[in-house]
Write a protein that binds this ligand. Structure first.
Ligand SMILES: *Cc1c(COP(=O)(O)O)cnc(C)c1O
Length: 429
């Protein structure tokens, strides 16, 4: 196909020639990086196929179970596939884990007991975890159950405060929670290698402490996962990376047998654990989504890098910047004004396959402390492996952009966001 035929198509969808020219220039500069992303996807694709072959995945595993879900062969096999692909001993991969926050709550509350201490050595955790832990007063929090929370912030240069961490660990410290992705913070995302260094340090101070990693948005970005560098549990959401866009719901916890068993008694009930939980006909989507995840993550990463380079060129500060290595699929762009955040999100929405005709507005979302605007024209509600953008309406007016089931869709969304910013008079092209 002629390049100008593609451009005519873009123009018919509302992308101006100036934005097209900018996009072409930026994309041309990213060839080598895109190649490296494709190679990581190839490696991770093989990792998933290998785990599926080892577990002899077969179409009988796609059958639905109902009721208690005893002997759900598909569910048990899916959990073995996750455990093998992520190099853990055991896994919980369930539609009954309703979100990432729920999976993290199950992992924490299943493994902590009254009087235990929970430590975050990487600063404040993701917003919704504040209420789970009780950092913000909340009914049913871990704090109400007598779990004490301690936090050691990263040093101003982003490095670990090893002295502070050593001082915070004591005989009551039971579990250390490490968030891989930056979430709604502007600190850098941690590489798996750095997470490994932190875990090694924590275990050198107290060998029996459980190290849990909130792995949201990190899966398949690198060739190793935190379980490869000593994490006892990794936790994430299936409507982010590992669901590959096909999982309609779910979360996972992968790691040491004992940690997973403890979590399972909290998810279902003491004595029942992993033995119950019908898969309701979702197994095939969960297997197939996991199979697609490495390439979907690659598309999302390309979109994030493309966005970083475009917005950097337009004079905005972006985290990560246009050239630095990537450890998650999130791109933060500081747009400096509320209008900028809104225009950006409206552009992402306008490029969506679903609900492209609606215009997102900020709202008071449960679990967050400022109004949040969210753009998502998603097949699965709230899915953020699908192209989506969100930002709290508060300084520094940063928008967090992620996902894209295909690179082409991510590209269109970013071009449309630039178009909306230009139309609102917020940028000069
Ligand atoms: C998304 C996310 C969560 C919470 O997941 P939900 O599925 O939105 O509940 C927790 N931690 C991090 C780092 C996340 O990105």
């Amino acid at each position: 196909m002629e390049a100008n035929e593609i451009n005519a198509m873009y123009e018919s969808m509302g992308i101006s020639r100036k934005v097209l020219a900018l996009a072409e220039e930026v994309e041309a500069s990213l060839k080598e990086r895109f190649l490296a992303i494709d190679e990581t996807a190839e490696y991770n694709q093989l990792k998933v196929i290998k785990a599926m072959q080892k577990n002899r995945v077969s179409d009988i595993h796609f059958a639905a179970t109902t009721g208690y879900g005893y002997n759900d062969l598909g569910r048990d096999t899916l959990e073995s596939v996750y455990a093998d692909a992520f190099h853990g001993e055991s896994a919980l991969v369930r539609p009954q884990l309703m979100s990432g926050t729920h999976a993290l709550h199950v992992a924490l509350s299943g493994n902590l007991r009254p009087g235990d201490e929970l430590l975050s050595p990487v600063g404040k955790p993701y917003d919704t975890l504040e209420e789970v832990i009780g950092i913000r007063e909340s009914a049913g929090s871990l704090k109400e159950y007598g779990v004490v929370y301690r936090q050691v912030d990263l040093l101003p240069d982003g490095s670990f405060d090893y002295d502070g961490i050593r001082a915070a660990i004591n005989e009551k410290t039971k579990l250390v929670t490490i968030q891989r992705s930056k979430g709604y913070a502007t600190r850098p995302t941690l590489s798996v290698e750095r997470i490994g260094e932190l875990i090694a340090f924590v275990k050198s101070v107290k060998p029996d402490v459980i190290c849990m990693v909130d792995n949201c948005y990190g899966e398949f970005v690198e060739r190793i996962e935190p379980t490869d560098v000593g994490a006892d549990m990794i936790v994430g959401s299936l409507i982010k990376n590992p669901g590959g866009g096909l999982a309609p719901i779910g979360g996972y916890i992968v790691g040491k047998q004992e940690c997973i068993d403890q979590a399972s008694y909290r998810l279902s009930a003491p004595g029942l654990g992993k033995e119950v939980g019908a898969s309701l006909g979702l197994n095939q989507q969960l297997f197939q989504g996991f199979f697609l995840s490495p390439t979907v993550v690659a598309g999302a990463l390309k979109g994030a890098i493309f966005a970083a380079n475009i917005y950097e060129k337009l004079g905005f500060s972006v985290v990560p910047n246009g050239t630095e290595p990537r450890y998650d699929i999130i791109q933060a762009v500081t747009l400096k004004t509320a209008e900028g955040v809104i225009a950006f999100c409206q552009g992402i929405q306008a490029a969506a396959p679903v609900d492209s005709y609606v215009s997102p507005e900020p709202w008071d979302m449960p679990g967050y402390d400022a109004p949040v605007i969210m753009a998502a024209g998603a097949f699965v509600q709230g899915s953020s492996i699908e192209l989506s953008a969100d930002g709290p309406i508060k300084p520094p007016y940063a928008v967090y952009f992620q996902g894209g089931l295909t690179w082409y869709h991510a590209k269109l969304g970013i071009m449309m966001s630039v178009e909306k910013m230009a139309q609102a008079g917020l940028i000069e092209l």
